[in-house]
Design a protein around this ligand. Structure first.
Ligand code: NAP
Length: 280
């Protein structure tokens, strides 16, 4: 039987460590704060925003939820981000994605001050996107060494697949990347020691597509009949060595790494750490 990677438990451990650290620093009287901008009321986005709020509050950080109607003018959202950029009590700013149809995500995100871009979504950001950081934490926790391994990342979006690929490369893995135009995905999956699936398509990975002992990180999320599914079919479990469940795998790690990025931003803005410590 495989190890079911317990993202919930590991993220709780990181949350508790962060809470202790936050407590020590806030005794000095300054409080870290994450601002989240949400446009429209997509139910899945509301769940994600609430999870971020709960995690911030757990560690003792403040959380500012700024909600706009889906008919808001893009310029109004941009104006609010500019105000948050100047606000010294706000350490991290994120825009909950996806934005409703018609909004220019890149244009809006690029307004966020570089020192507060804790999702790492700006062009040339100094922060690593939380989803990639969270997966690397899981590898560290289970002492999974990527050096020399054949890692397959499925999905090439600039906010998920590509940052994950970059982190795997930093760890000296040989990385392949597949996408919707890949011919014969199974050829790649069968040749891989580690598969990181970032698609959002239920049952994309089936048992016959992997070799025994594969490590699987399931990033994808699909909502169906009020349930949440990953990209990997259930019967794959007994063929792999480690696997992240959905829910309870990568998701909670992504949330806590966002909180960690915000706390790092806070420390940098208050002269407690050098930005260089964040980069590497
Ligand atoms: P996205 O922008 O829609 O990208 C999806 C990627 O999957 C694209 O690169 C697409 O290829 C590829 N793809 C689509 N169908 C495919 C197929 N049949 N075979 C192989 N590749 C295929 O989505 P995203 O923002 O990257 O997010 C990906 C998934 O991760 C979503 O389900 C999202 O909800 C989830 N997610 C989870 C977390 C978490 O914490 N668990 C965090 C972030 C995102 P093309 O480039 O050719 O279109």
């Amino acid at each position: 039987m495989p190890y079911i990677i317990d993202g919930k438990a590991i993220s709780k451990q990181i949350k508790d460590e962060l809470r202790d650290e936050v407590e020590k620093l806030t005794e000095a009287g300054i409080n870290a704060c994450l601002a989240v901008i949400q446009v429209g009321n997509d139910p899945a986005s509301t769940v994600y925003v609430n999870n971020k709020k709960k995690a911030c509050e757990y560690v003792g950080m403040s959380f500012l939820h700024i909600s706009f109607d889906e008919n808001v003018k893009e310029e109004k959202v941009i104006k609010r981000i500019k105000e948050l950029n100047k606000d010294k009590y706000i350490n991290g700013i994120i825009v909950q994605l996806p934005l409703p149809f018609g909004f220019h995500e890149d244009k809006i995100i690029n307004v966020i001050d570089t020192s507060k871009d804790v999702d790492g979504f700006k062009n040339g950001s100094i922060f690593i996107p939380p989803v990639a950081l969270g997966i690397m934490e899981l590898f560290d926790y289970y002492k999974i060494n990527l050096e020399g391994k054949n890692v397959l990342v499925i999905g090439r979006s600039k906010r998920v697949g590509i940052p994950i690929m970059m982190e795997c490369l930093k760890r000296n893995a040989s990385v392949s990347i597949c996408h919707s135009k890949t011919n014969n995905l199974s050829e790649y999956t069968r040749a891989s020691d580690i598969i990181i699936s970032c698609v959002g398509k239920k049952d994309l990975i089936t048992k016959s597509m992997i070799k025994p002992g594969t490590i699987i990180i399931d990033v994808g999320i699909t909502y169906e009949n009020n349930r949440i599914y990953g990209d990997v079919k259930n019967n794959v479990y007994d063929k792999c060595s480690y696997i992240t469940p959905v829910p309870g795998g990568v998701g909670p790690m992504t949330v806590i790494m966002l909180v960690k990025n915000t706390f790092d931003a806070y420390k940098k803005q208050n002269g407690i750490i050098d930005m260089f410590d964040i980069w590497w």
